[in-house]
Design a protein around this ligand. Structure first.
Ligand code: ADP
Length: 169
């Protein structure tokens, strides 16, 4: 049985095996959750990211967590919302699936996700939440090592959307 939990606040404060970073294609840091994760992890994270050669949209790559409470960071690159006709939903779906695939490979038991693409990348929050929950549920039909999935909800709108979706089905 896999627990799905909501956490209201800053993902960098979570003591889990892995936190997910909503990164950009360069993996060289940015604003929003990416900036917060690099700041909390310290300079070692950027040094390791520089060795990775970037990451395609929808894919994910793993690094150590450095000064974070989390042992690992899984960096994924969400799509920029561009009206919805450029594969944005399936690319977002692929972010969640890619992260869970890596988590399984590294025997990660607890993982926390931010609301990928719903900040500066402009993905509509309600649709993003429906996709995230649907894909996580689909992947967890074969859960492998994972025991806990946490959604870290930083802004009020995402918090209220996830609460409704989780508690009202
Ligand atoms: P993207 O470029 O993928 O849109 P952003 O970082 O701009 O990434 O935003 C993604 C989500 O991360 C937003 O919903 C934002 O509220 C949230 N966020 C920003 N900072 C943090 C943080 N420290 N912990 C968790 N979530 C955060």
């Amino acid at each position: 049985m896999v627990a799905i939990e909501l956490f209201r606040g800053d993902i960098t404060q979570l003591k889990v095996d892995a936190i997910v970073n909503a990164a950009n294609n360069s993996l060289l840091g940015g604003g929003g959750v990416d900036g917060a994760i690099h700041k909390a992890a310290g300079p070692g994270l950027l040094l390791e990211c520089k060795t990775l050669g970037g990451c395609p949209t929808g894919d994910a790559k793993l690094t150590s967590g450095y000064n974070l409470l989390a042992k690992w960071v899984i960096h994924t690159v969400g799509p920029v919302w561009n009206g919805g006709l450029n594969n944005e939903p399936s690319l977002l779906r692929s972010c969640y699936a890619s992260c869970l695939r890596i988590a399984d490979e590294f025997k990660i038991k607890s993982i926390a996700f931010p609301n990928i693409s719903t900040g500066v990348y402009g993905f509509p929050k309600q649709l993003a939440a429906e996709i995230a929950l649907d894909e996580i549920h689909a992947c967890l039909k074969n859960p492998g090592q994972i025991r806990k999935v946490i959604f870290a909800l930083f802004d009020n709108e995402n918090f209220s959307i996830y609460n409704k979706l989780i508690n009202c089905g």
